[in-house]
Ligand binder design. Structure first.
Ligand code: AMP
Ligand code: MG
Length: 490
């Protein structure tokens, strides 16, 4: 691997250098060969033969320079002060085979000075959810962390019950969160300028070409976050804990906790068991993204020499909404296989209303549109369409029929093959339903990882009907079933 550890050269107040605390009797959970190849990990036999020991903290390659990063954050809208990283170490930084910078970060690696009341560990349950979801989003080209792999161990971890401990080697373009700046503003404000330079040089080097690199950087952070959240909305993803400490400065999905993918369409759906007010409900994510950036940007006011003023920060933030809207609306039209124009958008929003009013499955309903265009060559989708129509009665059925007629009319303007390609490439067959992740977890807790592998393979190719699929992979929960929220404990 091409190592380039640079964080370790920053001011030592920003981190604590330390090795991981070893876990007992580590065993293979899953290894992501695709990520390993991208990193150049596979080219090093020492790394390949000892990867389990590395993830379990039993062996530290000479080039690794592990450190725990200090950061802070706003949790559920409240300033929470210093809070991370209590259980993750930045192990090494590398340049991957695409010449991109990547952080290797070990989650669940034991106590650090920032652990507060925590034990520094991660449970197998949440490790598997994070592992599968990072993989899923990467396969969809939605900016996200991914992982090299995870190990399961005999080290017991106490949450609501005693659970198996695990460690995940996360890979991301950065582990700097909005909360890093909040930490600096509170505890080491003299470092702001140097740290901003570091963020620009390591994550946004193209901003150096601008006359005002700091403002160009801040605007890019706003844009990337807006686009990421638009991607989430389009795929039906709810992050669950959009605290400022869980948002990366590169607009890349980070820190998977009580996340979920929309099943029966209910925009007010809350997947986080602790989110009593619904602050992080699916439909609130775009506004929360704006809220987070709005509390974050003013920290840069002290960089007056870089041209930062209250007005210039307002200008940066003002690109959020149009960026989000453009990306989201274009994506919605693509999901209908239509060009981005007003009638396509009307159809898209009416389709969403139909899904909401009748609690139809988000993923399956969009995929079913393929059968409207070509029923003969899409038997799987024809089945989905039949299921969709069977769930409509009375008034809803006539709403659907009218919508269907207008959709057909709009389709006539576009080349059929183009429509099919767009529908196929923008509407999933398989999404990581909570029930799928849970089945993989239940088996893994019994020492059986074949289901993790099967779901991993399914999500590697989510736009294709696959022979390894089972019915429950694409079955919506019963219409009256409450989508069970996920515990925050991890
Ligand atoms: P989260 O809500 O999972 O994003 O957690 C917020 C912060 O709390 C993280 O940055 C961690 O550093 C810390 N944390 C979470 N769980 C633990 C744990 N079991 N032990 C120590 N620190 C933890
Ligand atoms: Mg977190």
């Amino acid at each position: 691997m091409r190592y380039q550890n640079t964080y370790v050269n920053l001011d030592p107040r920003l981190y604590n250098r330390q090795p991981p605390v070893p876990l007992n009797n580590p065993r293979v959970g899953h290894f992501n060969t695709q990520v390993a190849e991208q990193l150049g990990w596979t080219e090093d036999s020492d790394l390949m033969t000892r990867w389990v020991d590395i993830l379990a903290g039993h062996y530290l390659p000479a080039e690794f320079e592990p450190l725990a990063m200090a950061y802070a954050g706003h949790q559920f809208g409240q300033w929470a002060g210093q809070l991370g990283d209590g259980r993750g170490l930045l192990m090494a930084q590398v340049i991957d085979n695409n010449d991109k910078r990547q952080d290797l970060h070990l989650k669940g690696c034991g106590l650090t000075p920032y652990s507060r009341m925590g034990d520094g560990r991660a449970v197998l349950r949440s490790t598997i959810r994070e592992y599968l979801c990072g993989h899923a989003l990467n396969q969809l080209d939605i900016p996200s962390s991914n992982a090299l792999g995870f190990v399961v161990t005999d080290t017991p971890v106490r949450r609501e019950r005693v659970e198996a401990g695990a460690a995940l080697m996360r890979v991301a373009d950065t582990h700097i969160r909005l909360g890093h700046i909040e930490w600096i503003a509170s505890f080491a404000p003299d470092l702001l300028s140097e740290f901003t330079d570091y963020m620009i040089d390591s994550c946004y080097p193209e901003c150096r070409d601008s006359e005002q690199p700091v403002l160009a950087f801040l605007q890019s952070v706003v844009e990337r976050n807006a686009r990421m959240i638009a991607d989430w909305q389009l795929i039906g993803f709810a992050h669950g804990v959009m605290n400022t400490d869980n948002l990366s400065i590169t607009g890349s999905t980070l820190d998977f906790g009580p996340f979920g993918f929309m099943e029966r369409f209910n925009p007010a759906w809350i997947n986080n068991h602790s989110d009593h007010s619904g602050r992080y409900a699916y439909q609130n994510q775009p506004a929360i993204g704006h809220w987070n950036l709005n509390v974050w940007l003013p920290h840069f006011m002290r960089l007056t020499q870089a041209g930062v003023t209250r007005e210039s920060l307002d200008d940066c933030l003002s690109v959020y909404e149009p960026t989000f809207m453009q990306h989201y609306q274009q994506g919605l039209c693509r999901k209908l296989g239509l060009p981005h124009e007003s009638e396509s958008l009307r159809l898209a929003f009416e389709f969403l209303t139909l899904l909401e009013d009748n609690l139809l499955d988000y993923t399956n309903s969009f995929r079913a549109l393929l059968a409207i265009v070509d029923a003969v060559n899409y038997p799987y989708e024809q089945q989905l369409l039949t299921t969709l129509i069977a769930e409509l009665t009375g008034e809803a059925l006539s709403v659907w029929q009218q919508w269907h007629k207008r959709y057909l009319l709009q389709l006539q303007q576009v080349d059929k093959q183009q429509v099919l390609t767009a529908l196929q490439n923008n509407n999933l067959v398989y999404v990581l339903r909570n029930s799928m992740a849970q089945r993989a977890i239940d088996a893994a807790e019994q020492g059986e990882f074949a289901e993790v592998e099967r779901v991993y393979q399914l999500l590697a190719n989510p736009y294709q009907v696959q022979a390894i699929a089972v019915d429950s992979d694409s079955t919506a929960p019963a219409p009256n079933a409450v989508q069970q929220p996920i515990s925050c404990s991890s």
